[in-house]
Design a protein around this ligand. Structure first.
Ligand SMILES: [Zn+2]
Length: 511
């Protein structure tokens, strides 16, 4: 009987998802029809009617999310209380203020990294976590050194650049060569052999702004593999237009990679206005010569730490909900958005749960991952260190997309547990959050865990402005809005608490 009821609810949810799609299409159709002739008015009206009916059905379906056997009325009432409490807590802001003020830049393998680990342990203890510990993460390091560039001819003037992570340096006297421009990385790949022989390649591609950050994927490949592709065409260096969406005279750093078979060449990003400037010079059909000087080099191996805090569960302490962010940042800013905010939101959410009179049934673990920026190194170390007990992770979510308000929640759970995901989403509705789909990614540091089948959730933040600041000197505390941070904490606290309380599980599925 119980099973039948669940299947019934599930089939309703599936049909409701279909209604959503149809409904959205109708809205688009309505908007277009309004601009057309009156002959079409009748059709439009019918569509509107259908749309209204669909809406009514949607509301009705949402009202019958049945979580019997998963969550109790008490669980839900406490989650609501925690959510409302979070909205007036400001705890998240005080944590990120502390990290950016007392530590600041914390690139992997620097003194800032070491200071962040000390800070993380002390902060989690101060917040009252039941257990706090650290786990080693070892990696190769990279040092930035000086970075300057200038146009030598035809119109000499300075340029603002920054080296890409793991770029080699130039000779101390710098590298001077003519610029060879390409619209995209693909154009460079398609170019004939030796097309950039002896030149500095310039990739002009402009990243597009989007709330969900979808402009990043198509843009970032130029940063990651531009140097390899340019070297294949005979280039001696590469400059890319920064992977960012701002118009400030600051360049965006980030990781790049070499290939063992291809000559290593120095790689840097130009600020957006300087990329514009180069384009304008190139439009004059005269050779443009640039000199760049990078002092970057590979440093020694270094051991940092994943810093972990736990609120220990009362009934199943070995099982846990994993939330967190990454503790490292790039070296240019103070890493307020990337990812001080994620550390702050998730630690603040767990701290709120620790203030309840009783511990939740399962544990809540906040993981401050080491060295995300230079290759998810802390994330891989965590997955490896805990590979024999991954079944204990009930679900996980990482906050690593700045500090904008959350607008959508996606899940990755077995079909039978979907009502719990929908119930969490329903409790987040007053925060302006809607349910998305069951294909959540979970966050970069959760990739190694997700690949091993762990259930994850994505609490998706508004990232419209995120790439204005990402990996620049401008990633600083003033970009964080306290209310938005509280909204994030409120969403994480509902998610973490209900996942810790639920009966049954979200399932695990190896990708
Ligand atoms: Zn990040």
């Amino acid at each position: 009987m119980q099973i039948n009821k669940k299947i019934f609810v599930l089939s309703l949810l599936v049909s409701s998802a279909l209604v959503f799609t149809a409904c959205d299409k109708n809205k688009g159709a309505d908007a277009q029809t309004n601009n057309k002739t009156s002959e079409l008015a009748a059709t439009s009206q019918t569509q509107e009617q259908t749309s209204k009916e669909a809406n009514r059905e949607k509301v009705n379906n949402e009202e019958i999310i049945n979580v019997d056997g998963f969550l109790s009325a008490d669980d839900i009432a406490i989650a609501q209380q925690l959510r409302d409490e979070a909205l007036k807590s400001s705890k998240g802001y005080s944590i990120v203020e502390s990290l950016t003020t007392e530590v600041g830049p914390r690139m992997a393998g620097t003194a800032g990294d070491a200071a962040a680990v000390v800070w993380g342990e002390a902060k989690l203890k101060e917040l009252g976590f039941d257990k706090v510990w650290k786990e080693p993460v070892t990696f190769k390091t990279w040092k930035r050194g000086i970075e300057t560039a200038e146009v030598v001819a035809p119109f000499p003037q300075p340029l603002v650049i920054t080296a890409l992570g793991f770029s080699i340096g130039t000779a101390p006297e710098g590298l001077s060569a003519e610029i060879k421009a390409y619209d995209t990385l693909d154009d460079l790949k398609k170019a004939p052999e030796n097309d950039a022989k002896g030149k500095i390649v310039f990739i002009k591609y402009r990243m597009k702004k989007a709330r969900d950050g979808s402009g990043y994927g198509p843009a970032v490949a130029a940063r990651g593999s531009g140097a390899v592709e340019a070297a294949k065409k005979g280039a001696v260096g590469i400059l890319i237009r920064s992977i960012g969406t701002d118009s400030h005279r600051m360049a965006h750093t980030g990781m790049m990679r070499y290939s063992a078979e291809v000559q290593k060449i120095p790689a840097a990003a130009l600020s957006a206005p300087d990329a514009d400037l180069l384009e304008n010079m190139l439009n004059r059909d005269k050779p443009v010569t640039v000199k760049m000087t990078l002092g970057a080099y590979d440093g020694p191996e270094y051991t940092s730490y994943n810093v972990i805090g736990e609120i220990t569960g009362s009934e199943k302490p070995e099982e846990y909900v994993l939330i967190g962010g990454h503790l490292d940042s790039w070296d240019l800013g103070t890493g307020a958005l990337d990812d001080g905010a994620g550390i702050a939101i998730t630690a603040a959410a767990a701290e709120l749960i620790s203030r309840l009179p009783e511990r939740p049934k399962r544990s809540i673990r906040v993981v401050m991952f080491a060295n995300e920026e230079q290759g998810l190194v802390g994330a891989r170390a965590y997955a490896e260190a805990h590979k024999d007990e991954l079944h204990n992770i009930i679900t996980a979510a990482e906050s690593d997309f700045g500090a904008g308000p959350i607008w959508r929640i996606d899940s990755r759970v077995k079909p039978e547990a979907l009502p719990v995901a929908k119930k969490i989403a329903e409790l987040l509705k007053p925060l302006g959050i809607k349910y998305g789909n069951n294909r959540a990614g979970g966050g970069p540091d959760l990739i190694p865990l997700r690949q091993k089948g762990i259930s994850v959730f994505s609490l998706r933040q508004d990232g419209t402005d995120y790439f204005d600041f990402h990996h620049t000197p401008d990633d600083t505390l003033d970009k964080i809005n306290k209310e938005h941070l509280d909204q994030n904490t409120a969403a994480y606290v509902v998610f973490a608490y209900l996942a810790a309380q639920m009966e049954g599980d979200f399932g695990q599925k190896v990708e």
